[in-house]
Write a protein that binds this ligand. Structure first.
Ligand SMILES: [Zn+2]
Length: 73
């Protein structure tokens, strides 16, 4: 049984919108590629699996018009 599996991303809105969005998509890629049972076993990395997840998330973001909706992205 898995215990709590939670990833919280804090983004400081003092940064430009495009930076905040990039950070959120990047961290979301980590969450999607997260296959570890607990945070104790989790070492953030940019593995091939993360790269594929990030690419898919980014493509969906653009394909759905997120880049246009966010204005100055
Ligand atoms: Zn990362």
């Amino acid at each position: 049984m898995l215990s709590k599996r939670k990833l919280i991303v804090y983004i400081d809105v003092k940064y430009p919108l495009h930076f905040c969005i990039d950070t959120l998509l990047h961290e979301y890629g980590h969450a999607i590629s997260w296959r570890h049972v607990s945070m104790d076993a989790y070492i953030p990395d940019h593995s091939d699996e993360w790269g594929v997840c990030f690419a898919r998330i980014y493509r969906d973001f653009v394909d759905e018009g997120g880049d246009k909706e966010s204005g100055n992205y």
